[in-house]
Design a protein around this ligand. Structure first.
Ligand code: CP
Ligand code: NVA
Length: 300
């Protein structure tokens, strides 16, 4: 079993992963990985949280991790991804890959004999979505019926995974972005099979009754050439104090980080009392452990 998309896991499977996380959190972990298991991280883009949370998770599970920056691998000289996958899976028990193209992680998984985890592609960030939903569940004690409103670039990896996984678990999703700028239709249609996903051009309408306000960078990795255009286009969807005031009284503000203060979110909001971003980022390690344990069980 791989974890390439949130569509690889059912609602029941997500809940099982959350239960593993609860057990770890309560000091009652029931599962373990094989002694000295190796996770290889193959990364084509920068990372702070995902890389370190997975490496730390392997340390906590008494496994090992190996980080391979793709630009220093033989892929930089033309070795194929398929050959790389065959070789790395001979050394590893799991592979976590952060790649530009989603099709590449599928190619990697198709040529790997060990479970492949998507550590972010242009289409999805599934480990982030699970970690974020776990954080919401931790704070709000439920996910069903919770309104998650996302602002800004509504057609990118973080929100694709979050809307689909969130809808599966019964959250209500609101997306606010510029007129004519649509969410990815594949994720929107799939998410709507599970529950309501509304698209707004007006941030205030999207924020109404929101339990969670979520934003992400306006310029995802790989979109740097469009940086100025994006910053202008998404500016009206900035998460700021006046927007947060339109949501519920107990609203929490989330961001996967890295954050660009003054662009997608203001400093007073991300560093203010409604922000849960540090708890959110810390949970990535717990979720990394839980996903590794779950995949380990499934592939035994
Ligand atoms: N949230 C997240 O994926 O952060 P990194 O890019 O630092 O891994
Ligand atoms: N959407 C962002 C997420 C970073 C964690 C990006 O792809 O750069």
């Amino acid at each position: 079993m791989n974890f390439i998309s949130v569509d690889d896991v059912s609602k029941e499977q997500i809940n099982s992963i959350f239960e593993i996380a609860d057990d770890i959190k309560n000091g009652e972990a029931k599962l373990s990985i094989k002694e000295n298991a190796v996770l290889t991280l193959l990364f084509q883009k920068p990372s702070t949280r995902t890389r370190v949370s997975f490496e730390a998770a392997m340390a906590k599970l008494d496994g090992r991790s190996i980080y391979l920056d793709m630009s220093t691998s033989q892929m930089s000289r033309g070795e194929t991804l398929a050959d790389t996958a065959r070789v790395l899976s001979g050394y590893s028990d799991f592979i976590a890959a952060r790649l530009f193209k989603h099709d590449d992680i599928i190619e990697l998984a198709n040529n790997s004999s060990v479970p492949v985890i998507n550590a972010l592609t242009d289409m999805e960030h599934p480990t982030q979505a699970l970690s974020d939903l776990y954080t919401i569940r931790e704070i709000k004690n439920k996910i069903k019926g919770i309104k998650i409103a996302f602002f800004g670039d509504i057609a990118q990896n973080t929100i694709n995974s979050l809307m689909l996984a969130g809808a599966k678990l019964g959250a209500e999703i609101a997306l606010a972005g510029p007129k004519g700028y649509q969410p990815n239709p594949n994720y929107l249609v799939r998410a709507r099979e599970y529950g309501p996903v509304e698209v707004y051009n007006d941030s205030v309408e999207a924020a109404d009754e929101a339990d969670v306000i979520y934003t992400d960078t306006f310029v995802s990795m790989g979109k740097e050439a469009e940086s100025e255009k994006r910053k202008g286009m998404f500016k009206p969807y900035q998460v700021n104090a006046s927007l947060v005031a339109k949501a519920t009284r107990d609203v929490i503000v989330m961001h996967p980080l890295p954050a660009f203060r003054g662009e997608e979110i203001t400093k007073d909001v991300i560093d203010g009392p409604k922000s849960v971003v540090w708890q959110q980022s810390k949970n990535k390690m717990l979720m990394a452990e839980s996903i590794i344990l779950y995949l380990s069980e499934k592939n035994m």
